[in-house]
Design a protein around this ligand. Structure first.
Ligand SMILES: [Zn+2]
Ligand SMILES: [Zn+2]
Length: 292
C-alpha cells in the first residue's frame, strides 16, 4: 500500500513536469490549455465588459488565479494522486461486500458508435455533476465546503475554479461511481472534455453579457450563472437555482431555472458573506471549524 502511494506521487510529479516543461512532445498540455483559455476569456472581459466599471484586475483576482492552478494541478500533487487509487480500491471492496459487482448491466455502451458513446458519456458526466452541485447546496455538511465558491463578490472568469479542495473529492467520487464503476466508461478523450467544460465554466463566471440566444436552453451562460451566485434567494428557490455546470437543460427540465431580470448588478454571496475569511489558508480551514 505504501509503495502504491509513493508510486502515485512520483507518477503525478512526472506528469506535471512533462506538462509544464515539455508540452510539445507529450501531446496537448492541460497546463498551457488552462493559461490559454484564461487569457482568451480575460481578453473578452476586457474588450466586451458587462459591468463596465468593474476593474480588469477585479477584487480577489489573484487569489482566484491561485485557486485555479491549485485546484487544477497542485492539489493533486499534494493529496489526490496518493488517495485516488487506494480510495478506488476501498470503494470497490465496499461495494462487493454489499453484493454489487459493478459494470456489466451498462456495458452495452461499448458496442455503440464512438460518437454516441461520447455524447452519452458527456450527458451522464454533466448530469452527475448537476446532481452533485445540488447536493453541495442542499446537504448542510457539503454546503460548508461549497460556500467558498459563493464567497466571490465580483464575478470574473477566474472565480470559476475558486472552490475548496474537498469539492474535488466529492465531484470525482460521484463521477467515478457513475462513469467508471457503473457504466465502465474508459476515461479517454478527457483532454477535450476538460477543454470544453473549462471554457464554458470560465465563460459562465466572466464579466461578459453572453447568453448564446436560443442555445441558452442547452448551454449554461454568464447571464444565467450570475443568478446562481445571488446573495438573496427567492422564496421559490430557497436552496438556490441554476445549478448547471456546462449544460443548462437540467435546470429547465427540473424547474430549478431562475432568471427574473438582468442579473448584471445583483448582490453576490450569502448571508454574512462579509465575515467569511479573506485569505487562502483561512478559507481552507474554515469548513473544519466548529460553528461559533
Ligand atoms: Zn453553487
Ligand atoms: Zn459559480
Amino acid at each position: 500500500m505504501w509503495n502504491e502511494v509513493v508510486r502515485a506521487y512520483s507518477n503525478y510529479a512526472k506528469y506535471l513536469e512533462k506538462q509544464i516543461l515539455h508540452p510539445i512532445e507529450n501531446g496537448p498540455s492541460m497546463f498551457y490549455l488552462l493559461i490559454g483559455l484564461s487569457l482568451f476569456v480575460w481578453f473578452l472581459e476586457i474588450y466586451f465588459p458587462w459591468r463596465k466599471n468593474q476593474k480588469i484586475i477585479r477584487k480577489d483576482f489573484w487569489l482566484d488565479a491561485f485557486y485555479m492552478f491549485f485546484n487544477y494541478f497542485f492539489f493533486n500533487l499534494i493529496i489526490f494522486a496518493a488517495l485516488s487509487s487506494t480510495t478506488e480500491r476501498l470503494f470497490e471492496r465496499a461495494m462487493s461486500w454489499m453484493g454489487f459487482s459493478g459494470g456489466p448491466v451498462f456495458s452495452f455502451f461499448t458496442e455503440l458508435h464512438l460518437g454516441w458513446q461520447l455524447l452519452i458519456f458527456f450527458l451522464i458526466y454533466d448530469f452527475v455533476q448537476w446532481c452533485t452541485h445540488n447536493a453541495l447546496h442542499r446537504v448542510p455538511f457539503l454546503w460548508k465546503f461549497h460556500r467558498l465558491h459563493h464567497s466571490v463578490l465580483e464575478m470574473g472568469f477566474a472565480a470559476h475554479l475558486r472552490y475548496h479542495f474537498m469539492e474535488n473529492i466529492v465531484y470525482r467520487l460521484s463521477l467515478y461511481i457513475f462513469l467508471s464503476y457503473l457504466f465502465q466508461f474508459e476515461l479517454k478523450y478527457t483532454f477535450w472534455l476538460y477543454a470544453i467544460t473549462t471554457l464554458i465554466g470560465h465563460l459562465n463566471h466572466a464579466n461578459i453579457p453572453l447568453s448564446y440566444g436560443p442555445l441558452k436552453y442547452i448551454l449554461n451562460n454568464p447571464k444565467m450563472h450570475i443568478w446562481h451566485h445571488a446573495k438573496n434567494l427567492p422564496h421559490t428557490h430557497p436552496k438556490g437555482m441554476n445549478f448547471g455546470l456546462t449544460l443548462s437543460c437540467w435546470d429547465y427540465i427540473f424547474k430549478t431555472q431562475y432568471e427574473p431580470y438582468s442579473g448584471r448588478d445583483i448582490d453576490l454571496g450569502f448571508e454574512n458573506v462579509e465575515k467569511f475569511p479573506k485569505s487562502f489558508l483561512e478559507q481552507l480551514i474554515e469548513p473544519f471549524r466548529k460553528n461559533e
